[in-house]
Design a protein around this ligand. Structure first.
Ligand code: MN
Ligand code: MN
Length: 399
C-alpha cells in the first residue's frame, strides 16, 4: 500500500489513495485517517473492483446505543443498511441480573451467545415451557409469536440476536409491561380474578430492559408444566458440534437438520486462520447476513455485469451479500478471523466455484477460461469451504 511521506499524525503512517502503479493521488483534504487505516481496500480498491455495488457493510460501532439500567442494546436494520432486507440484528448486553423483559414479536428470533451466560424462558401455544441456561457459543431460537425472556447470570452476558425481517426493531416488540400499562385495571382485575389494587405498582410504560437480582441456580427456578416441556429444544450448543476441519480453518453449520426448531434461520460459524480464505462461492437460496466476531478480513462481492466491490471488516461489523452474488472472505490480519454467516432459510446451502468446475467436463472449462489441463487436475470434487495454500496470502495481493 502506498503511504504519504508527509506524516501528519505522528507515529502512524498516513495511507494515501494511490495504487502501486501510481493511479490516484494524495488526499490532503479533510479526512478521517483512523477510518482510512481500517479500510485499506476501500481507500485503494483492488483493480478488479468496478461498477455500482451498493454498501454491504455496517458497523455496530456506528449505531445508536440504547442504554438502560440492566444493560444496553444496538441494532442494524434496513434503516442502517438498506440492502439488508431479509434479516436484522441486535447486539445486546445484560448486566448480572439484568432482564430483557417478557415479550414476543411477529418475527423469529435466532441468537448466538458471545460472552457470559444467560437464562432464557419461553412457553409455547400448548402450554409447554422451556427454561435453560445459555453459555458462550450456544444458540437459541424462538419461533414467531412465542413469548420469551432473557436474564444475565452472575457474570452478565453479551449476545447477537438475528430476526427474519430487515425492518424489525427490538424496541418495537410486544411487551408484557406495555400491555399491562395499556389495559384498563378493571379488565386486568376481571381477567385474573383479583382486586384492582393488585396492579397498583405495575410499570407505567414498557420496561424493555431492567435490573433485577441475579437468579439462583436453574433448579430453583424450575416450573413444572402439566403439558410438559417443548418437544423441540429452543437451544443448541453450536461450539459443542464437531467442526468440519480443513487446512486453514473450520466450519460449523447449524440449520433445521441439526436444530429442528430453527425453521427460519440457518447459519455457519467459520474460522479462518491468518492467510486463509473462505473460498469463492455463492448461496442458491437467500441473502447472507454476516457478523464478524474476531480478527479482520475483507470480502469482495461480485454482482454480474462486471460489478464487484471490496469491503473491509473487523470484529463487531455486519456484512451482507445479496442472493446468489459471488463472494469470498480473506483473513487480512495476524489473528484468527471468526465470523457467522446467516440466512433466512431452514437450510444452509452453498455452491463452490471450485467444485462446480471440477464436476464439469474439463474441455468445457478449458475452452471457457483458456486454462490448461494441469489447472483442471487441481480442482476439488469435494467441497472445501476454507482454503489455505502455502505461499498464497493476503500480503501477495496485486496493487
Ligand atoms: Mn425477543
Ligand atoms: Mn457466503
Amino acid at each position: 500500500m502506498a503511504h504519504d511521506s508527509q506524516n501528519h499524525s505522528g507515529a502512524v503512517p498516513v495511507p494515501q489513495p494511490i495504487r502501486a502503479d501510481g493511479a490516484g493521488g494524495v488526499d490532503r483534504g479533510p479526512r478521517d485517517v483512523m477510518r482510512d487505516l481500517q479500510n485499506p481496500d476501500m481507500l485503494v480498491p483492488p483493480k478488479t473492483d468496478n461498477g455500482l455495488i451498493p454498501n454491504m457493510r455496517f458497523s455496530f460501532s456506528d449505531t445508536h446505543m440504547q442504554l438502560n439500567h440492566g444493560g444496553w442494546s444496538r441494532e442494524i436494520t434496513v434503516r442502517e443498511l438498506p440492502i439488508a432486507t431479509t434479516l436484522a440484528g441486535v447486539n445486546m448486553y445484560l448486566t448480572p441480573g439484568g432482564v430483557r423483559e417478557l415479550h414476543w414479536h411477529q418475527q423469529a428470533e435466532w441468537a448466538y451467545m458471545l460472552l457470559g451466560r444467560a437464562r432464557i424462558t419461553a412457553v409455547d401455544q400448548n402450554g409447554r415451557n422451556f427454561i435453560a441456561d445459555i453459555g458462550p457459543g450456544d444458540l437459541w431460537y424462538f419461533p414467531p409469536g412465542i413469548p420469551h425472556s432473557i436474564q444475565g447470570l452472575e457474570e452478565g452476558c453479551e449476545f447477537l440476536l438475528v430476526f427474519d425481517d430487515g425492518n424489525f426493531s427490538d424496541l418495537n416488540t410486544l411487551s408484557i409491561s406495555d400491555w399491562f400499562a395499556h389495559t384498563p385495571k378493571e379488565v386486568l382485575s376481571a381477567n385474573f380474578g383479583v382486586p384492582e389494587s393488585d396492579f397498583d405498582a405495575i410499570p407505567k410504560e414498557q420496561l424493555y430492559i431492567y435490573q433485577a437480582d441475579v437468579p439462583g441456580p436453574l433448579a430453583t427456578q424450575a416450573v413444572e408444566s402439566p403439558n410438559g416441556t417443548v418437544p423441540l429444544p429452543f437451544a443448541y450448543r453450536l461450539l459443542a458440534q464437531p467442526p468440519m476441519r480443513m487446512p486453514g480453518g473450520s466450519v460449523r453449520i447449524v440449520d433445521s437438520t441439526v436444530f429442528p426448531i430453527s425453521k427460519a434461520v440457518a447459519a455457519a460459524l467459520v474460522e479462518l486462520e491468518p492467510g486463509a480464505m473462505r473460498e469463492l462461492h455463492w448461496h442458491p437460496n437467500n441473502d447472507e447476513w454476516q457478523y464478524y466476531l474476531t480478527g479482520q478480513g475483507r470480502m469482495t462481492v461480485f454482482g454480474s455485469e462486471g460489478n464487484a466491490r471490496t469491503f473491509d471488516f473487523r470484529a463487531g461489523d455486519v456484512g451482507y451479500v445479496p442472493f446468489a452474488f459471488g463472494h469470498y472472505i480473506q483473513n487480512t490480519g495476524t489473528e484468527t478471523l471468526w465470523f457467522l454467516e446467516m440466512f433466512k432459510s431452514d437450510r444452509f446451502q452453498d455452491l463452490s466455484l471450485n467444485q462446480w468446475m471440477a464436476l464439469t467436463p474439463p474441455q468445457l472449462v478449458e475452452s471457457n477460461l483458456h486454462v490448461k489441463p494441469d489447472f483442471i487436475a487441481r480442482l476439488n470434487k469435494v467441497k472445501r469451504p476454507v482454503v489455505k495454500h502455502p505461499g498464497f496470502t493476503y500480503l501477495n495481493r496485486d496493487r
